[in-house]
Design a protein around this ligand. Structure first.
Ligand code: HEC
Ligand code: HEC
Ligand code: HEC
Ligand code: HEC
Ligand code: HEC
Length: 330
């Protein structure tokens, strides 16, 4: 009798720990991520397919439309200017430096790109070095054809090629699955790795997508650190050759929060602004208005210049930054 009790107690404990493990997240291992399940992408197209979000659009049309208007939807192409800057970073950067090991595009490895892509396209880490070469060649071919097309709009081949390659470059972006899966967990050894069948948001439960059939709570979905992963603390000292671009997250932590600021990136950029997934900055009027408090006082007066009365204007201007970080950034 006694031993039976012990056995059932042990069973209960086992059961409890099994359900506890489930509550923490089924299959929290590194081997369950999208990249682990699929294997590293061997071409740009495979990388695009690995994080394909076409299934999400039908059920979340508004989120998709809003997102599509944000720079996240074109995070390496931008308006073309960002892509051109990536080429500069390659040519004047790692292709010209003595110790980078890169002489021609065929020497380029993923690590060379990470000085930009750790933020502009973090999923590039899930691709082989062959993709690093293909990315370089695609950027260069796009650029040459875009210039040729601009010089001669009748050059059909240049127009078609540059349009097609711009589409490829635009499809490499920060989409739903980057924030709601790949980058939705920062502390992976404590909270587990994001799983290939799960979207991360606010709730644990089922989710209607065929492939992403579960939803789980992400501890950071409502925290500045979600955005901070790419919005920069300062120089990226973990790289063999550090870079610096965005620094908004550093400024947020050390200036805004340290000074008592309470709001998160999501509070200002997604909710107060009413913009949701259309995260943009001063191109938007609401963001402009939220950015600075202006006060101008002007008085007319006179002053005695020797023996002559002269008119005088006194203007007091006060400008206070109301953003959660220094502006402009970068
Ligand atoms: C067949 C419809 C359907 C498809 C396809 C679909 N979703 Fe959903 N999704 C829903 C519904 C319904 C909800 C719950 C209501 C809501 O929050 O909008 C939801 C909720 C979510 C949430 C919030 C979850 C939470 O826990 O807070 C996220 C994030 C999400 N979906 C992302 C995605 C992504 C990313 C894709 C594509 C990979 C996708 N969804 C595809 C229907 C769908
Ligand atoms: C720490 C993350 C991070 C790194 C590393 C990084 N960037 Fe950025 N970059 C951003 C963010 C975030 C923005 C946009 C918001 C801003 O200005 O703060 C941005 C903006 C830009 C813009 C302006 C975008 C436009 O369309 O006008 C260009 C161009 C750019 N980055 C190029 C690069 C290049 C080239 C590299 C590599 C040498 C690089 N970035 C490295 C995060 C980063
Ligand atoms: C840059 C990061 C980022 C990207 C990219 C992103 N989301 Fe979100 N998403 C968030 C954050 C943060 C929240 C929580 C917002 C809040 O609480 O106000 C959220 C909330 C949601 C929700 C639940 C609330 C709601 O609005 O219904 C759904 C569903 C969702 N996202 C779907 C998507 C889909 C679909 C895409 C791609 C088209 C997408 N998200 C792209 C960061 C992102
Ligand atoms: C995976 C990396 C990543 C994450 C996560 C991310 N961003 Fe970004 N964000 C970028 C990059 C890169 C750009 C610049 C793209 C470009 O223009 O080339 C950008 C652009 C922006 C811009 C537009 C800046 C401008 O100059 O118009 C805003 C605003 C912004 N992000 C806010 C957010 C917020 C808020 C979150 C969190 C909810 C977030 N981002 C999460 C990488 C990221
Ligand atoms: C208190 C509100 C507030 C908070 C908190 C906040 N922002 Fe902003 N942010 C703004 C406003 C307002 C602007 C528009 C400023 C402008 O016109 O340049 C802005 C602009 C930006 C820009 C564009 C900067 C540029 O040079 O154009 C980026 C990127 C950005 N925010 C990212 C973030 C990220 C990431 C976080 C969290 C770490 C964050 N913001 C937190 C209010 C906020």
């Amino acid at each position: 009798m006694k031993s039976l009790k012990i056995i059932s107690l042990t069973a209960m404990v086992l059961c409890l720990s099994a359900s506890l493990a489930f509550a923490l997240g089924a299959g929290v291992g590194r081997d369950g991520t999208i990249a682990a399940k699929r294997g590293k992408a061997e071409s740009l197209q495979q990388l695009i397919d690995m994080y394909d979000v076409s299934s999400c659009v039908g059920c979340h049309p508004n989120n998709h439309e809003d997102w599509n208007e944000s720079p996240h939807a074109r995070s390496i192409y931008g308006t073309g200017r960002a892509a051109a800057t990536m080429i500069t970073a390659m040519k004047n950067g790692f292709m010209s430096w003595d110790y980078s090991g890169v002489e021609s595009t065929k020497d380029i490895k993923i690590e060379h790109w990470m000085g930009c892509m750790k933020c502009h396209l973090p999923q590039l880490a899930d691709a082989t070095d062959a993709v690093a070469v293909e990315l370089a060649d695609t950027l260069l071919e796009w650029y040459d054809n875009a210039i040729a097309a601009a010089n001669n709009p009748k050059d059909k081949k240049a127009v078609e090629t540059s349009t097609r390659l711009a589409e490829t470059l635009t499809s490499l972006n920060i989409n739903c699955l980057i924030c709601h899966n790949r980058n939705a967990i920062t502390h992976k050894w404590t909270d587990g790795y994001p799983q290939h069948d799960t979207v991360y948001g606010y709730n644990d439960g089922d989710h209607m997508d065929d492939q992403f059939s579960k939803s789980k709570r992400s501890l950071i979905m409502n925290e500045a650190i979600l955005c901070g992963q790419c919005h920069g603390l300062g120089p990226n000292l973990e790289l063999d050759n550090p870079t610096q671009c965005a620094t908004a997250y550093g400024s947020y932590l050390w200036a805004y929060q340290a000074g008592g600021g309470q709001e998160t990136c999501q509070d200002c950029h997604m909710r107060k602004s009413g913009l949701g997934h259309k995260m943009v900055s001063y191109s938007n009027k609401t963001m402009q208005e939220m950015a600075v408090d202006f006060e101008v006082q002007a008085y007319a007066s006179q002053w005695l210049d020797g023996s002559t009365l002269r008119p005088k204007t006194i203007v007091n201007v006060s400008m206070v930054n109301r953003a959660g970080h220094g502006i402009p950034d970068g």
